[in-house]
Design a protein around this ligand. Sequence first.
Ligand SMILES: [Zn+2]
Length: 260
Amino acid sequence: MGCGISTEQHGDSTPITVVAPLSQAVSEANTLMLSEDKKYLSKVCSLSERSTCEQVLQSLLEGNARFIKGTRAHPHQDFSRVRQISEKQKPMVAILGCADSRVPTEIVFDQGFGDVFVCRIAGNIATSEEIASLEYAVLDLGVKVVMVLGHTKCGAVKAALSGQAFPGFIDTLVDHIDVAITRVDMLGVKAYQAVREGNTEVLDMVVQENVKYQIQRCQRSTIIQEAIQKHELLMVGAVYDLDSGIVNVIVTKGGNSFDL
Ligand SMILES: [Zn+2]
């Protein structure tokens, strides 16, 4: 009865699902957790208020490494954590990522409840509202890392590269990616044509350029800019590979070791 649910057969042969009390299910789960697992978890969850921006980023990337290796620790995913943070959240990281269902942030970085302040929108574009959310994370929650996370084969970037007109409000979304396309074009690459011909390398170039451009947009925020100047915030641009599961950091700005 590990999951706290069992099925009983009765006289009229109608199965009845019996749900065990929640406390019993939690107690069983805790018993199953071996002391070695607990030691491993405490090592994984070793970040504190005194951790540097770079240590916070390192911890996030270590979570991605566990995900790739199939050794996820599932930190902060039990009900005691839910109760612990119900009054106040204190995440160390904010991530602006794509809404794509293949990039679930907490799973990719092996994080749990209260660990990551996540803003997801197609194309990981930094609209005013998304930047405002990040500003809240920096100013009020005190996150030490803000990451813009793009991913390979991004549908929103592909849509922008198609050059088509879209119905509804979709045009407003792809408009935010046009600058990245122009910048790749300026490198002498005919991005629209290349991607139309199935050139995935050029698509990846635009994905990377889009991450860099959205970071620049975030940096227009005086709140974010001041946090960087005070050595209190590290901005990170990264790309998640849909095939390998690896998150590759492509650009960083600021951090505790940042020299003015
Ligand atoms: Zn995407």
